[in-house]
Design a protein around this ligand. Sequence first.
Ligand code: SAM
Length: 225
Amino acid sequence: MFPVERLPLAEAYAEHLASAGVVRGLIGPRETPRLWDRHLLNSAVLAQVVPDGASVADVGSGAGLPGIPLAIARPDLRVVLIEPLLRRATFLTEVVDALGLDNVEVLRGRAEELHRSADLAPGFDVVTSRAVAGLGQLVDWCMPLVHAHGVLLGLKGSSVRDELDGARRTLTSWGCSEPEVVELGADLLTESTFAVRIAWSDPTSVGWPARRVPARSKDRRRRRT
Ligand SMILES: C[S@@+](CC[C@H](N)C(=O)[O-])C[C@H]1O[C@@H](n2cnc3c(N)ncnc32)[C@H](O)[C@@H]1O
């Protein structure tokens, strides 16, 4: 999962979570014995479905999950951790500096405030998120950050298919392709995790900033430019 030469980085990150992460209330004390299985490995399995050299945004990174384990497992990626809360963003910056993770940046803000940011144009190859919001809300917050040929890879639990049903209208309104659910870590984790992969159905119509399809438009094709 982690390249052997980067295992010390994963161990150092686990120590930060178990010490400062717990003291500052970013990780519950009861999580300490299961940090590797439920947090580091549960996040790092995402590496199996992220393309080579991708730019990745981790929306609502919290204490760095899944973005930091992903960046440790995959030094070829450029990972931006997006987190609105000051004390969490401060922790993230401290960890990134302490570990010397030169492929990670921390960006303080809410995802929806960044939809028009010229600095982020034309969007990310992969936008990921774990334990932040239900799928419909996640699509609203994350799809506008996804590059025309990129994907949203939301990490979800086993109820992911129920969530899909509830998010149909939102998926249509953004002009998303049919979502695909990929099981990850079945041979490694106590409990598998699932990535829901969502792309744009018509990448040629995606611009920056992205826009929804007008609800009552006669022309149902999505216009995002
Ligand atoms: C339950 S925590 C999950 C943290 C981490 N992803 C994990 O799996 O442990 C949810 C995080 O999402 C952040 N958040 C909430 N709304 C957000 C938004 N609109 N944009 C970006 N982050 C948001 C919160 O500040 C919080 O750190």
